[in-house]
Design a protein around this ligand. Structure first.
Ligand SMILES: [Zn+2]
Length: 259
């Protein structure tokens, strides 16, 4: 048994056993960020998805042609492409948290950026359903634009709530980012997983999804090896199978208002 498998068994094994005894299975899903084009790291990511029958949501930056990326994902069972920002460029004034949209941006301009991003996906033969803001920065103006264009939102860290039915976050990042990108470490990752699992169990929130977050371009060898051990335990399901209430599109809203 590898060290990672042993740690998984020791740290979250008992918690998973409690879920099983209660007749529940945690709903893990898997999001990966920052793709633009096929690379050896993307091949490695997608081959893990196939090997463990783990559907993956690949959040891609639409600042170029994503046709080759879309082609690579199309042959992967259950794979979905999501929009990861407009250009993945920080536009926040100095001292404020990184983000692409900030207070002075007008809704019309953000809508236009969003349409441009959606168009890049359409040209690659993909109809995107989900938007992942870079740096986890879901500015209210961005949220409003997503809502108007009928796109769901995925950030990091929150439970799904009735207040934001079209939001599904990731919760378990395999990486740490400061001072430099590297594997979070099996113990740190698993202790967080155990805490989030226990939180769901003790509050009866059995169907609250748990999102695994990866960044294939930044993984070191330890992160890859941990994923190989964790994916067969987590057995992620497709994001689309976790969809909350049907997304109401702008068109539907107009019909609702006028009808
Ligand atoms: Zn990113």
């Amino acid at each position: 048994m590898s060290l990672h498998r042993l740690l998984i068994a020791v740290v979250i094994g008992p918690e998973l056993a409690r879920w099983k005894a209660a007749g529940h299975v945690p709903a893990f899903w898997w999001r990966d960020d920052d793709a633009r084009r096929p690379t050896p790291a993307l091949d490695r990511l997608l081959s893990l998805s196939v090997r463990f029958a783990a559907p993956i949501t690949v959040a891609a930056v639409p600042d170029g042609d994503i046709a080759a990326l879309a082609k690579a994902c199309r042959v992967i069972p259950g794979a979905e492409l999501a929009i990861h920002g407009f250009r993945h460029e920080n536009r926040a004034p100095p001292g404020l948290p990184f983000g692409e949209v900030y207070d002075l941006d007008r809704l019309a301009d953000v809508m236009s950026d969003l349409s441009g991003a959606t168009e890049v996906f359409r040209r690659a033969g993909v109809t995107p359903r989900l938007f992942v803001p870079p740096w986890n920065n879901a500015h209210p103006t961005l949220k409003r634009a997503l809502d108007l264009q009928g796109l769901s939102l995925s950030c990091y860290g929150q439970m799904r709530s009735a207040a934001e039915p079209n939001r599904l976050d990731a919760h378990l990042d395999v990486m740490r980012w400061k001072p430099a990108a590297r594997f979070r470490g099996a113990a740190r990752f698993l202790l967080r997983a155990r805490r989030l699992l226990a939180e769901r169990r003790t509050t009866g929130a059995w169907d609250q999804p748990l999102g695994l977050l990866t960044h294939h371009l930044d993984h070191d060898e330890a992160a890859w090896r941990f994923l190989e051990a964790f994916l067969p335990i987590a057995r992620p399901v497709a994001r689309t199978s976790l969809d909350g209430p049907a997304t109401v599109s702008l068109r539907d809203k107009i019909i609702l208002k006028t009808g």
